[in-house]
Design a protein around this ligand. Structure first.
Ligand code: SF4
Ligand code: SF4
Length: 196
């Protein structure tokens, strides 16, 4: 008769019982959220000037060039016949391709595109993942207070402990009342043409 491997069975059951009385590690997202980590990054957003509301982007196109996910499109129009003066016409982010790498923010010479802490961007179709200029600016306006508090380390948004808001952010408590970030209403956006 084959020998029953009792010792390994007991070892396995020990693990089962150990885990039976441990509190669950899962949480009820999005109602419950874990505290944000210092190096966490969300989607890129566009900043605007607080006084005029105009987008800071100067349409240089650097972010589009460096983007490894090919998910940015910058459409600009030369003004007054001068090629060097470019007016931003459209800015499109296809967040379904975004790697959250932060290259666009690092390349931007005027801190117009920055990495936010916004990560709630699930959608029911791929079109829901396309953000246009107005939507990115609206998200940028919401993110601006956090951006100001973390400006000391733009790339990773580490809280700046020299400012009051930075100190608060550093010890950011888990605020469940905040809930998910509200997305701007989707509007008609230009769709990129398929290259064949
Ligand atoms: S974070 Fe990276 S992948 Fe996403 S838009 Fe910027 S450069 Fe492209
Ligand atoms: S790099 Fe900055 S200024 Fe240049 S197109 Fe991108 S967002 Fe605009």
């Amino acid at each position: 008769m084959a020998k029953v491997p009792v010792a390994p069975m007991i070892d396995g059951l020990k693990v089962t019982f150990d885990n039976l009385f441990r509190p669950p590690t899962t949480i009820q997202f999005p109602e419950e959220r874990r505290p944000e980590q210092a190096r966490e990054r969300g989607m890129p957003v566009l900043r605007s000037f607080p006084d005029t509301g105009e987008c800071r982007c100067v349409a240089c196109g650097l972010c589009e060039v460096v983007c490894p996910g090919h998910c940015l499109e910058v459409h600009a129009q030369p003004e007054g016949g001068d090629r060097r003066v470019r007016i931003l016409e459209a800015y499109i982010l296809d967040a379904s391709h975004c790697l959250f790498c932060g290259y666009c923010a690092a390349a931007c010479p005027v801190e117009a595109v920055v990495m936010s802490d916004i990560q709630d961007m699930a959608g029911f179709s791929r079109r829901n993942m396309i953000f246009d200029l107005q939507q990115l600016m609206e998200l940028g306006r919401r993110f601006e207070p956090t951006y100001q508090a973390t400006k000391g380390a733009v790339e990773f948004r580490l809280p700046d402990p020299d400012t009051e808001s930075g100190r608060l952010l550093e010890n950011k408590p888990l605020d469940l009342s905040e809930g998910p970030v509200e997305r701007p209403t989707p509007v008609a956006v230009p769709v990129r043409s398929k290259s064949v």
